[in-house]
Design a protein around this ligand. Structure first.
Ligand SMILES: *Cc1c(COP(=O)(O)O)cnc(C)c1O
Length: 375
């Protein structure tokens, strides 16, 4: 048989696949556990689930699934544009915002070009960059003296921008650190960035943020035509399983992204659900409140257990377990609790835990205490 690695394009050979959170069914199978008793706090999903309005919209749309979806996403783009105070021509829909990040890489990166992102940044940036044969230029994160430890150091990122750099990725807040850059920091960065470098500001956790100094990047699109803001329905809107995200950008950038977009990249049910989800402000408010309380609950527990954690403005917290995290992760699995190891992010002693319901958080904390006491 031929060795197909000899036939694969060069950039693919250097890739390692994205490691998703362990699915509940998989753990249930492996350990013979009842799936209903497993607590999954591994993928930053909304513990309240989707809005009932989104569910009703999907129900109503089920009978139409023999038809192709609206490839232009007319209704969803219109609704997003209205709410964001922008034009539909600025919006690009994606099969999750990961899809949009990939479109950006395919349009603006390639062999002989480079992308800049931070140490400990979201794992999709290196994958999207390397998959198209571009070089990753990784900037060191803050060491805690001039900004939040492990957080993006925009000054260091600017220093990494080279002549062949065409894209920088800024996750705000970043996953898995939960850290953020302020409006002032981001604005200074965008002013200093050469105008031919595309700045992707990934706001996957935008709806959770409750900080006065957090930037409103969408409002800056007129000032910075090289800015792309990405958001998603996977996190606060509780629609991770449907895969809907979007980018807001200059119309010319959106038109370029649209050239490489799969014609029907967002499916019919997802489009219907996303429009309905936008209309349920109460569900979003409940989601934010639960998250606020859950963050406090987890932080208080970590303090009580004497564990350092990275202060987060997202729907997850990354905690230093004070030893190699892998055995703690494995022991938690045996307790029926799935969290996320982040050694692949350069954080071998940390675990990332998503904020769950109060009961889920309690179960995680109790399991963590048992595990740390027993190791
Ligand atoms: C979760 C996440 C995304 C989005 O994922 P999709 O489900 O593809 O929308 C994007 N960026 C960051 C930083 C994330 O954590």
């Amino acid at each position: 048989m031929v060795n197909f690695q000899m036939i694969a394009v060069q950039p693919v050979l250097g890739l390692t696949p994205y490691q998703p959170g362990k699915p509940i069914e998989e753990l249930a199978r492996e350990l013979g556990l009842d799936p209903a008793k497993i607590v999954k706090l591994a993928s930053n999903e909304n513990p309240l689930g989707p809005s009932p309005r989104a569910l009703a919209a999907m129900d109503a749309a089920l009978g139409e699934t023999a038809r192709y979806p609206d490839g232009s996403g007319f209704a969803l783009k219109g609704e997003l544009a209205r709410r964001l105070g922008t034009a539909p021509e600025r919006i690009t829909l994606g099969n999750g915002s990961n899809d949009v990040l990939d479109l950006v890489a395919r349009v603006f990166l390639g062999p002989g070009r480079s992308a800049v992102f931070s140490e400990h940044a979201f794992a999709v940036y290196p994958i999207a960059t390397q998959a198209v044969g571009a070089e990753a230029r990784v900037a060191p994160a803050h060491d805690g003296r001039r900004g939040p430890r492990y957080g993006h150091d925009l000054g260091a990122m600017l220093d990494r921008v080279a002549d062949d750099t065409t894209v920088v990725f800024v996750a705000n807040p970043n996953n898995p650190t939960g850290t953020y850059v302020t409006a002032k920091e981001l604005e200074d960065f965008l002013v200093a960035l050469p105008e031919w470098v595309i700045a992707v500001v990934d706001e996957a956790y935008f709806e959770y943020v409750e900080r006065d100094d957090y930037p409103d990047a969408v409002a800056w699109l007129d000032r910075f035509p090289n800015l792309i803001v990405t958001r998603t329905f996977s996190k606060a809107y509780g629609l991770a399983g449907l895969r809907v995200g979007y980018a807001v950008s200059h119309p010319q950038v959106a038109e370029l992204l649209n050239r490489v977009r799969q014609p029907f990249n967002v499916n019919h049910l997802a489009l219907a659900a996303a429009v309905a989800a936008l209309d349920d402000g109460e569900h979003l408010e409940r989601t934010r409140r639960l998250n606020r309380e859950g963050l406090r609950q987890l932080e208080a527990a970590f303090q009580r257990l004497g564990l350092d954690y990275i202060p987060s403005i997202g729907n997850f917290v990354t905690v230093d377990v004070g030893r190699e995290a892998r055995p703690v992760f494995d022991a938690l699995l045996r307790e029926g609790v799935i969290v996320r190891p982040v050694a692949n992010y350069g954080l071998p002693n940390h675990l990332r835990v998503s904020v769950g319901t109060k009961a889920e958080n309690d179960a995680f904390i109790a399991a963590l205490e048992r595990v740390l006491g027993g190791l």
